[in-house]
Design a protein around this ligand. Sequence first.
Ligand code: GH3
Ligand code: MG
Ligand code: MG
Length: 427
Amino acid sequence: MNYSILNLGLSSALNTMFTDIFHARGYSYHSVSSISRAFQHLQNNHVDLIISSMELEDGNAAIFMEKMNASDFGRTPVIIVSAHDSLEIRKKMFDLGVIDFIPKNINFEQLLHYIQKLTTQDQVIKELGKMKLAVLDDSASERQIIQQILEIYKIKQISFFSRGHDLLGISESFDIYIIDLILEDISGELVIHHLRQKNPNSIIIAISSIDHYKTISSVLLSGASDYVIKPFDQNIFIARISAHVRAYQLLEELRQANETLNRLVTQDGLTELYNHRHICQRLEEELKKAKRYKKDLSVVMLDIDHFKGVNDSYGHQTGDQIIAGVAAILSQSCRDIDIIGRYGGEEYLLVLPETNEVNAHLLANRIRKNIERFSFTLHNADINALQITVSGGVYAFRNLGEKGSDMIKRADQALYAAKNEGRNRIN
Ligand code: GH3
Ligand code: MG
Ligand code: MG
């Protein structure tokens, strides 16, 4: 992201340093020494962050902040860099709305932290723009104020409601709810309670002029994500919503990271089938179910015939393509509830719930024929199509004392018999 930073100050040493740092990171950077020049620049350019020194050519940082607050640029964040540091100065500047105060032995980490924050803020505002909002308030003027605030932040998908029953009555869900507590037809707290039950992940913000801790506590317990007291400052209101959007984003990132992690732990990289550990685990689980509910359960062990020859003649990469190709045929040939794994190198294990030995044989033979008929297209200079066969061993669960590993052993024995009897067959 190309951020634009404006420096306001008299020190050329600081200006040189900022120029180096910001240009190196690809940010656009401009420096002025007076308040009037700063406003000229702001009129004509977009600025994401202002860094101001205390002493300026035509005034000081406090005067600048007063003018900023009265201008259209009041929302642009300002950081103060100062050689003089006292609690008094800090308090005065914070009261004027600066976002931080950095002593002049400036720590660049701290400065870059603000740039990072701008990125986060950008992402949050962008995310907010995509979200669907519902505003419930029985006062038309309040609804208008909220609409104006939201529109400043380019939030456009807003539905307005004046009656709690209307909002509860529709089936549509929203990402963010802004709920006034005192309504004509129903208590806002009850609305929040129902909304929360229906929308466990939505952001629900209660707004009210009641500032008693008991009300606040009770509304938060009913499921509100936050409570904003009226009249509220528009920037604080958006900052609070943004904080929840950020948490919402982080949770979503966490959920996706968990999903990826889970895939990595359970999946074989080459074939995208379950890996050895996971298919064995799934077999144990299915065996428990089969025993408890007295259901059939079969396993099939499949192994590519003379696979060493494929590697030897055409190379390991071609071998890998065949292993992945066979996996794809298995996935296409099985039902959704069948569980398919790569047991080892060119061996596959199928776990077939509610399938008896006869049906497991039928399936294994259908797969065997599909593979025998299939012509594997290869990305290989020597050969562009190859045919292979597989052999298989079937075993169906018989007695309560059996473990998953016993079933695999039996299927493996049947497989070796098939190999001995000439391959391209199922035993
Ligand atoms: P059989 O018909 O008796 O099964 O003969 P085979 O050659 O298939 O059996 P063997 O078990 O002797 O050889 C399996 C070969 O599979 C040996 C090994 O190098 C190869 N292999 C195992 N894993 C992989 C892999 O991930 N990629 C490739 N390309 N080859 C693999
Ligand atoms: Mg083999
Ligand atoms: Mg093998």
